[in-house]
Ligand binder design. Structure first.
Ligand code: SF4
Length: 406
């Protein structure tokens, strides 16, 4: 259906209908598991000041109630790390033990060690965890300098790794394109390879301490860089016999329609290649706005089912009713029936054939009348103004209707 008056209804039998997910090791984060056979996990981050314990508890609950399964909280100081003890305790008392991730920043060893006692997972950024201020006049990075910092990273990371290992908690090694260390930039350039090597250096330290409860992320604000880095990470992990789950996201995606499109392009492309075990859509909007986008990406790819799946034609010269208005009415009446596929199609010429595997169809028949379908079978023809009510009756008669919760 490409043009208004010359609909095209081509099918592509050669395209695969399904894709298989990359096999990853399961990583437990509180009562949620990332990777393995588990569904792709949705996460987000509150933007309250962590020192505001009551406000943070409210924000975490708000996010969790709408489907955010893991919530991240920023921890820029030791005081913030201590506040997380209170936040966790209040959540347990007043609500649920929501899986929490602490985001640790520059030179964060002491903070990470403290906060590891209170949360389920600690996220560190390899570019910042041992932060060396870039030198303005540097022209090279010698192997000796490289190794000296590597030793410092090993010494600084080890206590955190041991603490997380002993508590059965998890770590995210979260590389950001924009904050690669100077040492990685000199050695590998500002490239996906630099991002991957940065993650691998930290993974090797974890493995040397027999710690494998690790999730990896390689984020960038440019979708092409994020895609290349994740694909290269998978290739390198395959070569090295590693199977850590990946957390996907496009950083600084912005807001509005373009922010959503950018995030969907990056996250959705990788998921469609079978890559990715948990996702975060980062929008410059309230974090609550991120969750529906995550679920839409997952539902569109058939990875999670949290909504009714609507199939609707774009309308054209053959359309026999106001499609936008009817789709809106059908959606308002049925959007709580999670799991159903409902099609709204403008005409019988191509509508029934294009409804794919919809459970029910609402199809324009003649001017003023529509036909209701169950699967591919036409059930009855009714006047257009009774269409939505008759559709509900049909779903009820099949025992598939539930009353909407008020
Ligand atoms: S009205 Fe019919 S031909 Fe036109 S887009 Fe819809 S289904 Fe296709």
């Amino acid at each position: 259906m490409l043009t208004l008056n010359a609909p095209v209804h081509a099918s592509h039998p050669d395209l695969p209908m399904t894709f298989s997910r990359r096999r990853t090791r399961p990583v437990v984060v509180g009562n949620v598991t990332i990777g393995g056979e588990h569904p792709v996990v949705v996460q987000s981050m509150i933007n309250e000041d962590t020192l505001d314990v009551a406000g943070s508890v409210r924000a975490i609950q708000r996010l969790h109630r709408i489907g955010c399964e893991i919530v991240r909280v920023t921890v820029p100081s030791l005081a913030h790390a201590h506040a997380l003890a209170d936040i966790r305790q209040k959540l347990q008392q007043q609500y649920l033990d929501v899986p929490l991730v602490a985001d640790v920043h520059h030179n964060g060893m002491k903070i990470a060690l403290e906060v590891a006692k209170h949360v389920h997972k600690v996220r560190i950024n390899p570019g910042l965890y041992v932060f060396e201020k870039p030198k303005d006049n540097r022209t090279e990075y010698t192997q000796a300098e490289f190794d000296e910092i590597a030793a410092k990273i090993q010494a600084t990371l080890a206590p955190l790794v041991i603490s997380l290992r002993e508590q059965g908690k998890a770590m995210r090694i979260g590389v950001n394109h924009g904050s690669l260390s100077e040492r990685m930039l000199f050695t590998y350039g500002d490239t996906p390879e630099g991002m991957v090597e940065s993650a691998l250096e930290f993974i090797r330290i974890c493995e040397s301490l027999d710690f494998r409860n690790i999730v990896i992320s390689l984020k960038a604000s440019r979708v092409s860089v994020m895609l290349a880095a994740n694909r290269l990470m998978v290739k390198r992990m395959d070569e090295l016999g590693m199977n850590y789950p990946l957390h996907l996201g496009v950083t600084e995606a912005g807001d509005g329609e373009y922010g959503r499109i950018k995030s969907t392009t990056g996250i959705g492309t990788l998921l469609a290649e079978g890559i990715g075990d948990t996702i975060r859509v980062s929008l410059t909007e309230a974090p609550e706005k991120e969750i529906p986008v995550c679920y839409s990406i997952l539902q569109a790819l058939g990875l999670r089912r949290t909504m009714v799946e609507y199939v609707a034609c774009p309308s054209c010269g053959r359309t026999l009713f106001n499609l936008e208005e009817v789709l809106h009415k059908v959606r308002s009446a049925t959007s709580h029936l999670t799991g159903l596929n409902i099609a709204v199609m403008g005409c019988i010429v191509n509508g029934p054939g294009e409804m794919a595997d919809a459970d029910y169809g609402y199809v324009g028949k003649t001017p003023g009348s529509i036909s209701l379908y169950r699967g591919k079978a036409e059930i009855k023809r009714v006047p257009e103004q009774e269409g939505v009510a008759e559709l509900i009756k049909l779903i009820k008669s099949d025992g598939r209707w539930v009353e909407p919760q008020v």
